[in-house]
Ligand binder design. Structure first.
Ligand code: HEC
Length: 126
């Protein structure tokens, strides 16, 4: 059997193209130091990106809400540990790109379990 080289390289090109946007936004998260506190699938200082995606999956208005949180900071959504404002090194369109990428990491919301009541905060986990 003969494998057409053109078909193979077309398949590879398609793969590379479809993976590109995710890499681009992961690179942005790294460049903006989000990855100093967040990783994709484990809690660090902040919640895992996949848990954020799961929690807000299919919630109308989530993108705009989270853009505000990224820019202005957040506390008591997940725990008493605050996220400082990022607006000094992240502009609104970068924040939008980052939030859309974060939400795309778990679009069907699988695996989301309420993490319990954050001590010292009014619980907001939903
Ligand atoms: C100094 C550590 C730190 C850095 C840097 C950081 N975060 Fe966070 N992030 C946190 C913590 C802690 C929380 C949980 C805050 C809370 O409980 O309200 C959080 C929460 C979030 C949330 C969820 C907010 C909510 O309302 O549920 C998003 C989205 C987010 N971060 C995105 C980002 C992005 C994008 C960046 C980079 C521009 C970033 N974070 C940088 C620590 C950080």
């Amino acid at each position: 059997m003969k494998l057409p080289a053109a078909a193979l390289s077309a398949a590879l090109a398609a793969c590379t193209l479809s993976a590109a946007p995710a890499f681009a936004d992961e690179a942005l998260a790294k460049a903006k130091n989000c990855t100093g506190c967040h990783v994709l699938d484990q809690k660090r200082v902040g919640p895992a990106f996949k848990d954020i995606a799961a929690r807000y999956a299919k919630q109308p208005g989530a993108v705009d809400k989270l853009i505000g949180k990224v820019l202005n900071g957040s506390v008591c959504e997940w725990s008493v540990v605050p996220m400082p404002p990022n607006k000094y090194h992240v502009n609104e369109s970068e924040a939008r790109e980052l939030v859309q990428w974060i939400l795309s990491t778990n679009p069907d919301g699988s695996g989301w379990a309420k993490a319990g009541t954050p001590v010292g905060c009014t619980p907001k986990l939903n």
